[in-house]
Write a protein that binds this ligand. Structure first.
Ligand code: NDP
Length: 306
């Protein structure tokens, strides 16, 4: 039986470790402060932000959510970010993506003060990551590393294959694995014979956004699989195909109208992998935990510097 890499358990451990650090800051200086900018009304973003604010409440982090309208311009958002950069009680600034289409997202992300960039997406912090210098790391990749480390998965000397090269997941996780001395291959939509490359992996990270694309032929026996994909399937036939007519999944679909599926075939991975992170309950819960960790670290650094 493969080992399940339980993201909920690791999330709880990380949150419990953060509580005394938040309490110490609150007693010595003030509670850490996170500002979230949620522009417009993207339903998925609204849920993510609600969960982030809830996690702040659980820990005693002071949070505020700014909700500019869909019609906001790049210049107006830059002004808002400048104000947050200047406020001493704001330790972290999170710009919830995607931004409305008329906004130049890269300019907005780059306007956040690097010391307050708790998403780890500012070009300075990407540079810090590549150079192996301290700085906030992107939350989902940082969560993946926590999952691997806390389950004692050896990375040094291992072959790691990352499928997906996004700025948010694929690229940063590849560098984090490299810094742990894995031999890393990055793959993408133009990679030739992807299945053969994936079969070379001791550790396979799938961050693609295609439901159950990674099937048995991509998986060497005993591989550790990290499934980052979060794909909502709203077609019953597709759910039946992916989950082999599982009555439980079909009942869940009939109740909610959709089912969440990772990028990895859930049956094939359970059959072939040595360890894997399930969807849901794997990588997903760790993203918010690492956002909290980045916010607390930022507050500690800034309190030390004051
Ligand atoms: P992007 O769409 O930004 O990137 C997807 C990557 O997958 C691209 O590099 C693309 O290649 C590659 N790709 C697409 N199709 C194929 C293919 N057929 N073969 C090989 N590579 C392919 O996605 P993200 O990185 O933002 O997200 C990936 C997944 O992770 C999504 O399901 C997303 O929902 C999930 N996610 C989950 C998070 C969590 O907290 N658990 C957080 C963030 C994302 P190319 O560059 O050539 O186009």
């Amino acid at each position: 039986m493969p080992q399940i890499l339980d993201g909920n358990r690791v999330r709880d451990d990380i949150m419990n470790e953060l509580k005394p650090r938040v309490a110490a800051l609150a007693a010595r200086v003030r509670p850490p402060g996170l500002a979230v900018v949620l522009a417009g009304h993207d339903p998925a973003s609204e849920i993510y932000v609600r969960n982030k604010v809830g996690a702040c409440q659980d820990l005693g982090i002071r949070s505020e959510t700014l909700t500019p309208p869909d019609s906001i311009s790049t210049e107006e958002l830059l002004g808002m970010i400048a104000q947050l950069n200047a406020r001493p009680e704001v330790d972290g600034i999170l710009v919830q993506l995607p931004l409305p289409p008329q906004v130049e997202a890269k300019r907005v992300v780059a306007a956040v003060a690097p010391a307050k960039d708790v998403d780890g997406l500012h070009p300075c912090n990407i540079g810090n990551l590549v150079a192996g210098l301290p700085g906030p790391r992107a939350c989902t990749p940082a969560g993946i590393l926590e999952l691997l480390k806390r389950y004692g998965i050896r990375m040094a000397g291992k072959r790691a294959v990352v499928v997906g090269r996004s700025d948010i997941v694929g690229k940063p996780v590849a560098f984090l694995l490299l810094h742990e001395h894995a031999t890393v291959t990055m793959c993408h939509s133009k990679t030739a014979d992807l299945a053969a490359v994936c079969r070379e992996a001791d550790i396979l990270v799938a961050a693609i956004g295609r439901a159950a694309m990674i099937t048995g032929e991509y998986l060497a026996p005993g591989v550790t699989v990290i499934d980052v994909g979060m794909n909502r399937i709203d077609n019953r036939d597709e759910v039946a195909r992916i989950f082999r007519n599982s009555p439980r999944k079909l009942a869940a679909f009939d109740k909610r109208g959709s089912v969440l599926v990772g990028d990895v075939d859930p049956f094939d991975v359970a059959e072939r992998a040595g360890a894997y992170s399930p969807v849901p309950g794997g990588v997903g819960p760790l993203t918010i935990a690492m956002l909290m960790a980045n916010t607390v670290s930022s507050a500690e650094r800034r309190a030390g510097a004051c």
